[in-house]
Design a protein around this ligand. Structure first.
Ligand SMILES: C[S@@+](CC[C@H](N)C(=O)[O-])C[C@H]1O[C@@H](n2cnc3c(N)ncnc32)[C@H](O)[C@@H]1O
Length: 313
């Protein structure tokens, strides 16, 4: 481990990697004294990187959620969906074809600003707000979704707010993608070995304690209503150039925290990782032309607020 840590901390001298990496990294010139907080996605440059590099969800996810909602809510079209912890809107837009109104809500003003600036859908709006204080009236919502965000919430307060805004028989869908599996030609095993050394190595201690729910694949995340449904069958499939993949890693909150606490690193840790992945591909192409594949397992949990008669009985 000591060897691994020193290897990963060795500054990369290869300008080829340095130039492509520094463009993507949030590591330079940042405030390194701020305390760690659960609101880890506030800075404007983080929101931009997030919008650029984070995985996007396919239509299958929204279709599964809407099928679940429609099992009991027969109104056509469905009225309002709310996506809490919407980030830059990746998880919000997939709901637009199914609802008259979709509201993305996030505590981060920067994320909401990016989402709103990119928005081209007339039935989608974005608002600043928290899972613990949802800025919507009582019994006004058919569906609340939380895409890779619920693990950051204060669960008791969120569940109370959720119950307030949901109509009877309205639904909650929380889902997240977890750590990726990489592939590239015949060096898949080696890429994943290098990735595991990075993931379980230098940045691992910088994840916020609440993030363990993601590694746990939401198996113990509290759900507010009984009889919820779990679906583990989906994945997100992404192709990345090597710098694009490193750009994705630069959006991790643990990496951001690592940068704050290790200002001298100046991005070396990710430059080094990119170089190791590049060498493992054994290609002569430049990193910008090397396309690796990442597969992310998705877990989806869905629950339904009981009908009023059931609630009161
Ligand atoms: C990992 S991002 C997920 C963004 C997007 N839903 C996606 O799937 O790509 C988590 C988001 O949750 C937001 N968040 C964290 N705690 C929150 C809270 N208590 N209420 C609302 N949003 C919150 C963060 O600001 C961040 O934008």
């Amino acid at each position: 481990m000591v060897f691994l840590k020193s290897l990963l901390r060795t500054p990369c001298r290869n300008l080829f990697f340095r130039a492509s990496f520094l463009k993507a990294s949030g590591c330079i010139g940042k405030n390194t004294t701020r305390n760690m907080s659960v609101h880890l996605f506030n800075e404007a440059d983080h929101a931009e990187l997030y919008q650029k590099y984070r995985p996007t969800y396919g239509p299958e996810l929204a279709e599964k959620i809407v099928t679940f909602v429609r099992e009991k809510l027969k109104t056509t079209p469905l009225d309002q969906a709310v996506d809490i912890g919407c980030g830059s809107g990746q998880s919000t837009v997939i709901l637009a074809p199914h609802f008259q109104r979709v509201t993305g809500i996030d505590v981060s003003e920067s994320q909401v600003a990016i989402a709103a600036a990119q928005n081209k859908l007339s039935n989608v709006q974005y608002r600043v707000g928290g899972a613990e204080h949802i800025p919507l009236p009582d019994s006004s919502v058919d569906l609340v979704t939380c895409g890779t965000s619920a693990h950051w919430f204060d669960f008791p307060k969120f569940h109370k707010e959720l119950d307030r805004v949901l109509r009877p028989l309205g639904c909650l869908a929380i889902y997240c993608y977890s750590i990726n599996y990489l592939s590239y030609k015949d060096v898949t095993q080696e890429l994943n070995r290098i990735f595991d050394e990075f993931y379980f190595g230098p940045i691992h201690d910088y994840w916020h304690e609440k993030r363990w729910h993601v590694d746990d694949k939401y198996q113990r995340i509290p759900m507010p209503y009984e009889g919820y449904v779990r679906d583990d069958s989906m994945t997100i499939e992404m192709d990345y150039t090597l710098p694009g993949y490193i750009g994705y890693l630069s959006t991790w909150s643990s990496y951001r925290e690592y940068c704050k606490r290790n200002p001298d690193d100046k991005g070396a840790i990710l430059q080094n990782l990119q170089q190791r992945l590049y060498e493992a591909t054994k290609t002569t192409k430049p990193p910008e032309e090397v396309i690796i594949h990442a597969s992310y397992p998705v877990v989806l949990l869905m629950a339904r607020k009981p009908h009023e008669e059931q609630t009161s009985s």
